[in-house]
Design a protein around this ligand. Structure first.
Ligand code: PYR
Length: 363
């Protein structure tokens, strides 16, 4: 199969669909790979590395889309990319179609076969191609929060770990899933006083085993949520209801009652955010202040550490990319129900129930 890797064109997106090492693996499987010039330049994957791995470098995205049987990307195709896709061509990338009718129509019209990273499942009930980016965002949330706690950023002027003789900062993490667990690892590592809230006692038992008391676990309900949000210097929102909007767990009143210079980091902002006062921000202007509380709500946090994110994403996406290339999409999906769950569009129709339902489309 001829596999194509265009340069990402979404604003400030520096991740790339395949690393040079993934290209080498593709070629070892007998495939050909074309990579758009400078596709990985900003994160140190220069064209010479792709050539050394066996890829051909091509000048334009159009050439990649015209020639490739399968396009491997990171972000959802922008309108100009949807127009370049063609019937039967495989598109393998993040799509997030449910809230995006325009992209859905563009993909339907193209006739492509679109496999979305975020809906591929695993036998443990997880989302293995979303998980690496949740790990990145969870870990990053603590460094973003630590930075926001500095005076110059409007924070309380607190060092997360404190120093001998001075207490560490209090960090409350809402949600004990992938984001919350990774946030807790970083916060504990930096010496903060950490509480994780979750509604699942079973999950709290697992977290207690992992952290062995270094992070406290609390069952989440209206009362405990209020107590631990109001008592925190830094709150991390890491709740996910797959495919649905995030619940607004922290109300405007709670935000207003927080001490001046407290910090909220909303990792759920991609799903609308879990703080009533959240609105999406960018890496250029990551924070804003409401009622003297600093909000960090960057919508594509993993893009800020694009090299780490690309490597982590490729670790998860490559085995499925190889299956699609080795077997063709029909057999690859027929052989693997979890990869089949990734199929969102085929033969000019939506093939993913939640997307069809949200957009009133035939399924
Ligand atoms: C991203 O990392 O950009 C996703 O869409 C998950």
């Amino acid at each position: 199969m001829l596999v194509g890797v265009p340069k990402e064109i979404k604003v400030r997106e520096y991740r790339v669909g395949l690393t040079p090492s993934s290209v080498r693996e593709m070629i070892a499987h007998g495939h050909k790979v074309i990579v758009q010039k400078n596709a990985g330049y900003e994160i140190g994957f220069v064209d010479e590395m792709y050539v050394a791995a066996g890829a051909e470098i091509v000048e334009t995205a159009k050439e990649v889309f015209d020639r490739a049987d399968m396009i491997v990307k990171v972000k959802e195709p922008q309108a100009v990319e949807c127009e370049m896709l063609r019937e039967g061509q495989i598109l393998y990338t993040y799509l997030h179609l449910a809230p995006d009718p325009e992209q859905t129509q563009g993909l339907i019209k193209s006739g492509c076969v679109a496999v979305a990273y975020e809906t591929v499942t695993d036998k443990f009930g997880g989302l293995p191609l979303l998980a690496p980016m949740s790990e990145v965002a969870g870990r990053m949330s603590i460094q973003a929060g630590a930075h926001a706690l500095e005076m110059k950023n409007g924070g309380r002027g607190l060092l997360l770990g404190g120093v001998p003789g001075v207490a560490p900062a209090k960090v409350t993490i809402i949600g004990g899933g992938v984001v919350g667990t990774n946030a807790a690892r970083m916060a504990v590592g930096m010496g903060a006083d950490v509480v994780i809230l979750d509604r699942s006692i079973r999950r709290l038992q697992q977290l207690d085993d992992i952290f062995k008391g270094a992070a406290k676990t609390i069952v989440s309900n209206t009362g405990t949520l209020e107590e631990h949000v109001l008592g925190a210097d830094l709150v991390i929102g890491g709740v996910l209801i797959p495919g649905a909007a995030a619940p607004k767990l922290v109300t405007r009143e709670m935000v207003s009652a927080m001490p001046r210079g407290s910090v909220l980091v909303d990792v759920a902002i991609d799903q609308g955010g879990c703080f009533a006062t959240s609105k999406a921000t960018t890496h250029e202007n990551p924070t804003y202040i409401v009622d003297e509380v600093v909000h960090y709500c960057v919508a594509n946090m993993p893009g800020g550490v694009a090299r780490t994110s690309t490597l982590a994403l490729n670790n998860a996406t490559l085995p499925f990319a190889l299956a699609l290339a080795d077997k063709g999409w029909k057999k690859a999906l027929a052989d693997d129900e979890h990869l089949l769950n990734g199929l969102n569009i085929a033969n000019g129709k939506v093939t993913y129930e939640a997307v069809a339902r949200d957009q009133n489309l035939a399924y």
